[in-house]
Design a protein around this ligand. Structure first.
Ligand code: PGA
Length: 255
């Protein structure tokens, strides 16, 4: 089964509600009706509702940037998967390196959140990636394999095919240093092999694996031409409607 490409924007801590509405207004009609590609924008929680409303009737979906693993309770500052769903989210980013680095996210908490997201019908976009110092001592593959295995711990095989992984080398995020496409392809292939070892080749073939890290309209065609790369998780270049629309139309972009 051919995997449908997925273009996901991660706004991080950018944009107010008004700015989110302006983005939705500015996004081209082509992007809003794109075929053959799934499109998701992940705004801050506060803008989720307005963005979902503003994009209603278009193909563009919205997602959260994190969630809690509990359904509800005394967890100050947290947002449950059910709350995300009710605000209009269909997807949720989990284990982004900024959450791992600044907010104590671990492979174990990512795994808990993954289970909670699936329970509430959200599509998780699970981020994995090595730091520069790990790459420099040839630890990339070990880091990736461990992060993928731990994320998948206890997830039933029949739920794995619907997951999305994102390979985001930490040194490539927000730095302008894109990972070479053939290397990104190799690591995405390694992620798929690791998944296959966990649940078999069938579900592993269905999982979509994105590349993230300084993706831009100028780089996307080459990245999407790689057989193991099924889409992109995009920070900076997703903030402007015009550049995000160019990424959505990746098959029309000439590098
Ligand atoms: P970037 O961010 O595209 O700005 O490098 C990617 C990400 O953090 O998901």
């Amino acid at each position: 089964m051919a995997r449908v490409p997925l273009m996901a924007g991660n706004w991080k801590m950018h944009k107010t509600r008004a700015e989110a509405r302006a983005f939705a207004d500015a996004l081209s009609a082509d992007a809003k009706s794109a075929r053959g590609v799934e499109v998701v924008v992940c705004p801050p929680f506060t803008a989720l509702g307005v963005l979902a409303e503003a994009l209603e009737g278009t193909v563009v979906k919205v997602g959260g940037q994190d969630c809690d693993s509990h359904d509800q309770g005394a967890y100050t500052g947290q947002t449950s998967p059910a709350m995300l769903r009710e605000a209009g989210a269909t997807h949720v980013i989990l284990g982004h390196s900024e959450r791992r680095q600044y907010y104590g996210e671990t492979d174990a908490s990512v795994n808990e959140k993954l289970k909670a997201s699936l329970k509430h019908g959200l599509v998780p976009i699970v981020c994995v990636g090595e730091k520069l110092e790990e790459r420099e001592v040839q630890l990339t593959d070990n880091v990736i394999i461990v992060q993928v295995q731990r994320a998948l711990s206890g997830i039933p095989a029949e739920q794995v095919g619907g997951l999305v992984f994102a390979y985001e080398p930490v040194w490539a995020i927000g730095t302008g240093k894109t990972c070479a496409s053939d290397e990104a392809n190799r690591v995405c292939g390694l992620i798929r092999e690791t998944i296959a070892r966990h649940v078999g080749p069938g579900p592993a073939d269905d999982v979509r694996i994105l590349y993230g890290g300084s993706v831009k309209p100028e780089t996307i065609a080459e990245q999407m031409a790689q057989p193991q790369i099924d889409g992109a998780l995009v920070g900076g270049a997703s903030l402007e409607a015009e550049s995000f629309a160019k990424l959505v139309a990746f098959d029309q972009v000439t590098a």
